[in-house]
Ligand binder design. Sequence first.
Ligand code: F3S
Length: 64
Amino acid sequence: MKLTVDRTACQGHGRCFAVAPEVFQLDDDGYIAVHDGTEVREEDVAAARRGVRACPERAFQLKD
Ligand code: F3S
């Protein structure tokens, strides 16, 4: 699956990283550092779903 990331939507809440640090790395300022279109490994899909749901700004989508 691919993770679409709208970095302009990120407000630095950090909830994605809090629930799934293996998928949602942050930059030094606490904003999402994951690139749009990043491939999610099969073993990380459940964690990615948690992170997608956790973001109050809806910065992410998971797509096949
Ligand atoms: Fe940003 Fe949402 Fe994560 S606002 S730091 S992408 S929880």
